[in-house]
Design a binder for this molecule. Structure first.
Ligand code: NAD
Ligand code: WQD
Length: 342
């Protein structure tokens, strides 16, 4: 089976490509390296012993996409597309919304059009916990202590989240108009960690926005200390709680989704457990034997106190369950950062 992985050189795409190759899929990566580098392809080959095919292309370009599908068809049509390509920084999306609507929404429309032209109608889409409405979340979680389930109210709080919600709605409309599509929408919670080899992982450019990459830079001495955004939330230790999921578990969620693609379906991928920012600092320190200096600072605008998934639907229907614990996530994240050469 041939899988086109858009954004396959990126953080989640590269780990998923590893698992796809290890599960016998043929992997075709299409990426413009906006937020990744071609060396990732070599690393995937070192890990798996198999080299994914690479097209350096912009998914927004219908012509470039048509070329990929046409060239591939010479050796057999693409069977599935996993669509990771896009921008993902919440803060940047507030400052540059059009850039996000262009590269997330319009890009996906181009991809869907070219897929339809080729009658390739099996798609897995990277959505996000950012599509859940934040306004009633605290009250809802009190009523539903098993976490955010797929039927919680939707309503993104920032342009990034809105691009994901708009794309989800486009996918529902596409499926409504043509039931021969099979579309799996996966809403990821907070992916962290790295491949245990330390060869691939998350390596954002500039000062990281997300917690784990920031902690890793503090641990390496590149940054002086972690600013913990808010210590006065209504949580046991006053800091925000999130559902962190190991990147390899997330990658495996995609393999499970591919083998269960049937009609249109939506799944949360999380562990169902929440950890606070200070929990993460302590677990990172213990797992790696390294100090992470921190200071409680102002709340970050837009943060919600608690978010964690109810992933029972994926467990029941996809037979998928996150396996790796939070210590392994912190260990693998650090193993990647301490070994990285660039
Ligand atoms: P990433 O930035 O590491 O990977 C995205 C990849 O897409 C990069 O390699 C980038 O170069 C490529 N890309 C971007 N625009 C492109 C274009 N126009 N044409 C071709 N390639 C393009 O991000 P990631 O963390 O791997 O996220 C992958 C997907 O998962 C994104 O859609 C993101 O919104 C979604 N997601 C991520 C998270 C997270 O916390 N990382 C959480 C939920 C959802
Ligand atoms: C986690 C916790 C921060 C950095 C984001 C996106 C979401 C999804 C996942 C794509 C929060 C705190 C962070 C720091 C801190 N991505 N923190 N100091 O905000 O839960 O989710 O990534 O779809 O859409 O919004 O993740 O890693 O930024 O923050 O105290 O320097 O760590 O306040 O409580 P978040 P994060």
């Amino acid at each position: 089976m041939k899988v086109l992985v858009t954004g396959g050189a990126g953080y989640i795409g590269s780990h998923t490509s590893v698992r796809l190759l290890e599960n016998g899929y043929e992997v075709i990566i299409a990426d413009n390296f906006y937020n990744s580098s071609p060396e990732v392809i070599d690393k995937i080959e070192i890990i798996t012993g198999k080299r994914p095919k690479l097209y350096e292309c912009d998914i927004r370009s219908r012509d470039e996409l048509r070329t990929v599908f046409k060239k591939e068809a010479q050796t057999g049509e693409i069977d599935f597309v996993i669509h990771f390509a896009g921008y993902k920084a919440v803060g940047e999306s507030v400052e540059k919304p059009l850039m996000y609507y262009d590269n997330n929404v319009l890009q996906t429309v181009a991809l869907l059009e070219v897929m339809a032209e080729r009658s390739v109608k099996n798609l897995v889409f990277s959505s996000s916990a950012a599509v859940y409405s934040t306004s009633a979340l605290e009250d809802l979680l009190k009523k539903h202590p098993s976490g955010i389930s797929e039927d919680f109210p939707l309503g993104a709080a920032n342009p990034y989240g809105r691009t994901k919600l708009i794309i989800e709605n486009i996918l529902r409309d596409v499926f409504y108009a043509d039931k021969s599509w099979n579309i799996g929408i996966l809403r990821y919670f907070n992916p962290i960690g790295a491949h245990p080899s330390g060869l691939i992982g998350e390596n954002p450019r500039g000062v990281p926005n997300n917690l784990l990459p920031y902690i890793a830079r503090v641990a390496s001495g590149e940054l002086a200390r972690l600013n913990v955004y808010g210590g006065d939330y209504d949580t046991p230790d006053g800091t925000c709680i999130r559902d962190y999921i190991h990147i390899m578990d997330l990658a495996e969620g995609h393999i499970a989704m591919l083998s269960h693609l049937d009609g249109l379906s939506v799944y949360n991928l999380g562990t169902g457990r929440g950890y606070s920012v200070l929990d993460i600092v302590k677990i990172f320190e213990k797992a790696n034997g390294i100090k992470v200096p921190y200071k409680i600072s102002e709340r970050r605008e837009g943060d919600i106190p608690i978010s964690f998934a109810n992933s029972k639907k994926a467990e029941r229907q996809l037979n998928w369950l996150a396996q790796r614990d939070i210590a392994a996530m912190c260990k693998d994240a650090w193993n990647f950062i301490k070994n990285k050469t660039d």
